[in-house]
Ligand binder design. Structure first.
Ligand code: FAD
Length: 481
């Protein structure tokens, strides 16, 4: 609360009235609306509180439209009446972007879940889309730990990265077309399936990573790569972060075209998963190692790929880069290895409170950031008192560190200390304070610091031009004025 006490409700925004409710009821059936009453506190609360359980809005109405036309009618009405909106997908965002601050209306994409056509293909849950494509021999070019809940619209709105980024790159490349409802209700129909189209500005790119501040994404056309017939996963135990880097270099040399993912985590991350998720996660290596890496390969020939991965493991062990390693023997083991890496955020949340930072920084200094944050918190006498652990994990292949600090309760002192430390590192190495999670509310204040004024001015002009009343996801993304 203290951190955001500067936020004041914009008095230009209208408060929800009975007339507004009647309008929404005329557009949506009763199961498409949640309106505050004495009996639905829990249901409404689940939309008002974010995944981190830090932010709690006071929205009195959730609209769950089923069609683009319904979205358009609702947004147009809100714009005319100056009712502020928060678009919400799976509500798994980690920067407080998907939940209201005050009484904004939540437009959820839960019911916008139709897969329109396969030729090549919003509220669609990422995992459901991937399963749908698996049956057709294809896959999503995106895979993230929250895949069971997050929506494709949310993924596009946050330009989510994840573990397949190493192989397929950014959504800026994989998205072929978008359908977006603009704040005035206009339906921007750019659901193109063309790989190449150089006619005019590529407007869809504006909405990828716009975090609900420019419009509501209601349709996505995405390039779905052919699914790998052969997938192999290995987990390695390593003695130092230098060895993690060497293992990555060796894997690129030896696994080249089949390397799909290279993730790492430290021993403290491992212990958190072991302590809090022991019932659902199996641990493959008996001894503990200071660092772990997970490698996934994807190709077309299982024997060939397995041989390459075994050769890599043998070479890396012979060179003293890797201490120990295990290759999954079947699908169940593969999922089990992945669940260690994917379980880390959940395990952090079991401690009580967790701060999640997500930075881009050269791999060579990546882990020094974790060590520096740890020693500063120790020197400030915060360890044990409130702070429990400082852990590092993330996407080595993309130079993307996730740094998490678990604590008994949230504290402004801890936040200030961590943020100034991280900022020093990203300034020094020209890194980014938000690699893949976006700005939302938590990081809005860093935009001015992260980009030249001229660029932020253009962003504001675009926002003002598309959303002159500022109804789309207010208080987020831009530094608050
Ligand atoms: P929400 O949280 O509902 O919303 C996120 C933002 O997008 C908000 O600003 C919201 O207003 C906007 N938005 C949502 N839907 C729409 C829409 N249809 N149109 C316009 N704006 C919209 N992220 C990564 O990048 N990589 C990871 O590896 C990763 N791993 C994660 C693991 C865990 C366990 C968790 C909890 C989160 C992880 N995330 C990761 C963060 C999060 O899952 C992603 O940001 C995801 O893309 C958010 O999707 P969502 O549907 O939950 O969006």
């Amino acid at each position: 609360t203290d951190t955001y006490s500067y936020l004041k409700r914009n008095p230009n925004f209208k408060k929800l009235s009975q007339d507004d409710i009647s309008f929404f009821q005329s557009i949506l059936p009763s199961n498409g609306l949640i309106i505050e009453n004495d009996n639905n506190y829990d249901d409404l609360t689940s939309y008002n509180i974010d995944w981190l359980r830090i932010h709690r809005g006071k929205s009195k109405l959730v609209a769950k439209p089923k069609t683009t036309e319904q979205v358009s009618n609702i947004v147009k009405y809100c714009n005319e009446k100056k009712l502020a909106i928060v678009p919400q997908g799976g509500n798994t965002g980690l920067v407080g972007g998907g939940t209201p601050i005050f009484d904004e209306i939540i437009i959820s994409t839960k019911n916008l879940n139709q897969i329109r056509e396969f030729d090549p293909i919003a509220g669609c849950i990422l995992e459901i889309l991937d399963n749908y494509l698996a049956e057709r021999g294809h896959s999503m070019p995106l895979d993230i730990g929250s895949k069971g809940s997050c929506h494709i619209g949310g993924n596009v709105a946050t330009n989510a990265g994840g573990v397949r980024y190493l192989r397929y790159g950014s959504l800026h490349g994989s998205i072929l077309g978008l359908e977006v409802v603009l704040p005035d209700g206009t339906i921007l129909d750019n659901l193109s399936t063309l790989r190449k189209d150089n006619t005019g500005y590529d407007i869809k790119q504006l909405f990828i990573g716009s975090e609900g501040t420019l419009g509501i994404i209601t349709g996505v056309s995405i390039l779905a790569p052919t699914r790998h017939k052969a997938v192999n996963v290995a987990v390695l135990g390593l003695n130092s972060f230098k060895n993690v880097q060497d293992a990555f270099i060796t894997s690129k040399e030896m696994l080249t075209e089949i390397l799909s993912a290279f993730e790492f985590w430290d021993v403290l991350s491992f212990r958190l998963v072991k302590t809090h998720l022991a019932q659902s996660v199996k641990f493959p290596l008996e001894d503990e190692y200071p660092f772990y890496a997970l490698i996934e390969t994807g190709g077309s020939n299982k024997d060939h790929d397995e041989e390459k991965l075994s050769d890599f493991l043998e070479t890396a062990m012979a060179k003293g880069i890797v201490e120990n390693g295990v290759i999954a023997q079947d699908n169940t083991q593969m999922k089990s290895l992945w669940s260690i890496r994917e379980g880390i955020p959940d395990a952090c949340m079991k401690v009580g409170s967790a701060y999640f930072y997500d930075i881009s920084i050269p791999v060579s200094v990546m882990y020094k950031v974790v060590e520096d944050v740890t020693s500063r918190l120790k020197n400030a006498g915060l360890f044990g008192k409130n702070v429990m652990d400082v852990i590092g994990f993330g996407h080595i292949g993309d130079g993307n560190l996730h740094l998490s600090i678990t604590s008994k309760t949230y504290s402004l002192e801890i936040i200030r200390l961590i943020e100034s430390c991280i900022r020093e590192w990203t300034d020094k190495y020209k890194g980014s304070l938000s690699a893949e999670h976006g700005l939302g509310l938590i990081k809005a204040k860093i935009l001015d610091h992260s980009k030249p004024k001229a660029m932020v001015d253009i962003m504001r002009q675009i926002k003002h031009n598309i959303d002159p009343n500022g109804i789309m996801n207010p208080y987020k993304f831009f530094p608050y004025q």
